[in-house]
Write a protein that binds this ligand. Structure first.
Ligand code: AMP
Ligand code: GLY
Length: 443
């Protein structure tokens, strides 16, 4: 039996753990720190939570060695960028995820942009600044809007779209002078605005070979119709209707193959799950950003369509044998709808009981959906059930032959769940269905 360590605590990690559990050779799953929902989910059991921060590399390695962990799956950006995979591997613990050097593709936007420039990969025009005066002078003579980005990791908040020169100046000053993003924002990347439809492309790669997952569409804005503030993601669908086989071949040729080659040339081949955030512009697909990990909630949608064994795929990524791995996805569609706390992404209340109390009965009875937990805890008084403890509380994912059916199932199951202030977007998948209709009309 294999003892597996899953690092992270969100819906993405819950979905990964559930898929790993399908392999009969997986024994104990340690979740570091995981969440209360994932730990109680019969579809993942046995799961034991580990109370070590995901950024405490030495303690994690110590834990992995003493508990004889056979395989560690690292999915959050912070530990990857700190080098958790390198640390585990040098201590003799096999790990899935990029090395610290390869994780720079997400951890440093200037690294990613220079890589794309050298390799001729289509992306937004940009400049990199270390001096605030230079950044201010540049935005004063740039056409608006522009995008001001902290170079390093900033909890997903380091990107500002500025519509006016005043907003751009303020964003540059906040990052470079006021230290709004700490050291992550002392250097900024300023980019031109790209117009089009966004797509999230996730792929497994062992550094040389790659296998693409069904392209996904995230829904980042808080409210229906893509309005309101940006969130971590209110839902996702896959496959993306605009990523047709022809477009995908172009993306492979112009983006995926040169990106993986450039990383090898850089001396840091990328092994793990590479996330390419694309803008599908009138001028072809362009890279908005790379992430060195699965997206959340894109992973929940893409993994719902995975028909082959996730553990085998991850081991072959780590071992450099992806060519012989079985990586198959169903031809259907998946829809993941996130239930968030009232007020999210601003302030929200915590500790609100989630109904029904025996929520796991819901997924045992309704085999057509899965529930991935994120911001949940056990009640403080020790009673049964779960209470809210985060902004994104849980996600309901359904896979079905069509997107319309997947969305109907996900919303059907979500209708049976409630907590005070629960909020979700009612239009996850609507834009994709509309775009799919337009594709049919064009074609
Ligand atoms: P990030 O925080 O890097 O995931 O970026 C957040 C979002 O900002 C992206 O998903 C895009 O919607 C938007 N964005 C970033 N850069 C650009 C750009 N150059 N043009 C248009 N939109 C952008
Ligand atoms: N859903 C976008 C991300 O995970 O970064």
């Amino acid at each position: 039996m294999l003892t597996v360590l899953v690092v992270g605590s969100g819906g993405r990690e819950h979905a990964v753990a559930r898929k790993l559990r399908l392999n009969p050779s997986v024994g104990m799953i340690y979740a570091l720190p995981g969440n209360a929902g994932m730990a109680l989910d019969p579809a993942c059991a046995p799961v034991e939570r580990v109370g070590i921060p995901a950024t405490d590399l030495d303690s994690i390695v110590e834990f992995a060695r003493t508990r004889l962990v056979d395989f560690a799956v690292v999915t959050p950006d912070d530990p990857l960028c700190l080098g958790l995979v390198d640390t585990l591997e040098s201590a003799g613990v096999a790990a899935f995820g990029p090395t610290k050097a390869a994780a720079r593709i997400e951890g440093s936007k200037s690294f990613a942009k220079e890589l794309m420039r050298r390799a001729g990969i289509p992306t937004a025009g940009y400049r990199v600044f270390d001096e605030v005066e230079d950044a201010l002078a540049f935005v004063r003579q740039s056409p608006m809007p522009v995008w001001i980005k902290a170079d390093g990791l900033a909890l997903g908040k380091g990107v500002v779209g500025a519509r006016t020169v005043g907003e751009a100046e303020e964003a540059a000053r906040a990052a470079m002078l006021d230290g709004k993003f700490g050291s992550a924002g002392l250097r900024v990347v300023i980019e031109e605005d790209l117009r089009g439809v966004e797509a999230s492309l996730l792929l497994f790669t062992d550094g040389e070979r790659y296998r693409i997952m069904p392209a996904a569409m995230d829904h980042k804005r808080a409210f229906d119709g893509d309005r309101g503030p940006n969130t971590g993601g209110m839902g996702a669908i896959a496959p993306h209707p605009l990523v047709t086989p022809d477009l995908l071949s172009r993306i492979e040729r112009e983006i995926i193959i040169p990106t993986l080659a450039a990383m090898r040339e850089e001396g840091c081949p990328f092994k793990g799950c590479l996330f390419i955030g694309l803008m599908l512009t009138g001028d072809g697909p362009k890279v908005i950003e790379y992430n060195c990990r699965f997206g959340d909630p894109e992973a929940q949608a893409a993994l719902a369509l995975l028909e082959s064994d996730l553990l085998d795929i991850m081991l072959s990524v780590r071992n450099g044998t992806l060519d012989s791995a079985d990586v198959r996805f169903s031809g259907g569609a998946a829809c993941c709808v996130v239930a968030a706390s009232g007020g999210y992404p601003g302030a929200y209340r915590k500790g609100l009981p989630i109904q029904p109390k025996d929520i796991f009965l819901l997924t045992t009875q309704r085999r057509d959906v899965t529930i991935d937990y994120a911001g949940v805890s056990r009640p403080a008084d020790g009673s049964a059930g779960l209470v809210t403890s985060g902004g994104r509380v849980l996600g309901v994912t359904a896979a079905a032959p069509t997107l319309a059916e997947a969305s109907r199932r996900a919303y059907g199951a979500l209708g049976e769940i409630s907590f005070e202030g629960m909020r979700f977007r009612a239009d996850i998948g609507a834009k994709a269905l509309q775009l799919a209709g337009e594709e049919v009309m064009d074609g």
